[in-house]
Design a protein around this ligand. Structure first.
Ligand SMILES: [Mg+2]
Length: 260
């Protein structure tokens, strides 16, 4: 898996060959380092400034996509002129797009029910955060001592099992996080396709992401000749063909993009 900065000349040629570029970035672990509490994952001023410069360039359409809710994501990034996709793209807003996946809200009662059950079942697990964002339920256990992880996994699977078996819900497990979401055919990949369709001129997509939830985004952009960049150590199993080590290197890549 080549390091993006090592093969930048060929990647930049590819991007320059297109009239426009759709740049999409995940937030946590991609634009900001993973931190103990989600509310402290603050964007650096430099990254915010680079996103703003790119959003103002004719060559770019810039989007941010995250498992966070749309209002949370918008307030964390706070750069005007971007497309924001919250809840893994079940809701998208910006640049004339105002989209909520039509099937997703039908599941909000079940998600509330699951959230209530998990609060009870996991009440003795320290530092667990159950975040019901209406369209997706996220369980964070970054700060939970490692020896609880088997118990957390067991409880999660047992609690969600009836909903999974009835075909209502699915679980995606990331690093110290699990997402429970409606079992509909949707994900970051479909959301990126939706944003790209909205552009009207088929820009070449480049997508930066760090987690399991980003994998179908990688596939979606590579399927249309775009560039997928995995953020993290080299040994992780990923479909992305390019890699960067850290959000600091993402910042370097964004700087290079402003020079296109
Ligand atoms: Mg991430």
């Amino acid at each position: 898996m080549p390091h993006l900065l090592n093969v930048w000349p060929s990647v930049s040629r590819k991007l320059l060959a297109a009239d426009r570029v759709l740049l999409v970035c995940d937030y946590d672990g991609t634009l900001t380092p993973i931190v103990a509490r989600p509310e402290t994952a603050i964007l650096t001023e430099k990254t915010r400034c680079l996103l703003s410069i790119l959003a103002n360039m004719d060559r770019f359409v810039v989007g941010v996509i995250s498992g966070r809710s749309l209002p949370d994501l918008e307030s964390m990034v706070a750069v005007p002129g971007l497309v924001y996709a919250g809840n893994d793209g079940l809701e998208i807003s910006g640049l004339g797009v105002d989209f909520v996946h039509c099937g997703a809200s039908d599941f909000s009662d079940s998600l509330s029910e699951i959230a209530r059950k998990l609060q009870q079942e996991l009440s003795d697990v320290p530092e667990i955060v159950i975040d019901n964002k209406r369209l997706i339920l996220t369980v964070h256990f970054r700060n939970t001592p490692d020896h609880y992880s088997a118990q957390v996994d067991e409880m999660l699977i047992a609690t969600v099992k009836p909903y999974v078996e009835s075909g209502q819900m699915k679980i995606t497990r990331g690093t110290n996080v699990a997402e429970i979401m409606p079992n509909i055919s949707w994900g970051k990949g479909r959301a990126i396709e939706q944003i790209r369709r909205g552009c009207g001129d088929n820009p070449i997509p480049i997508f930066f992401g760090d987690d399991q939830m980003d994998e179908d985004g990688f596939v979606a952009v590579q399927n249309v000749g775009g560039v997928a960049v995995y953020i993290g150590g080299t040994r992780q199993n990923t479909t992305a063909l390019h890699q960067l080590e850290s959000p600091t290197e993402v910042e370097q890549a964004l700087t290079l993009l402003t020079q296109l």
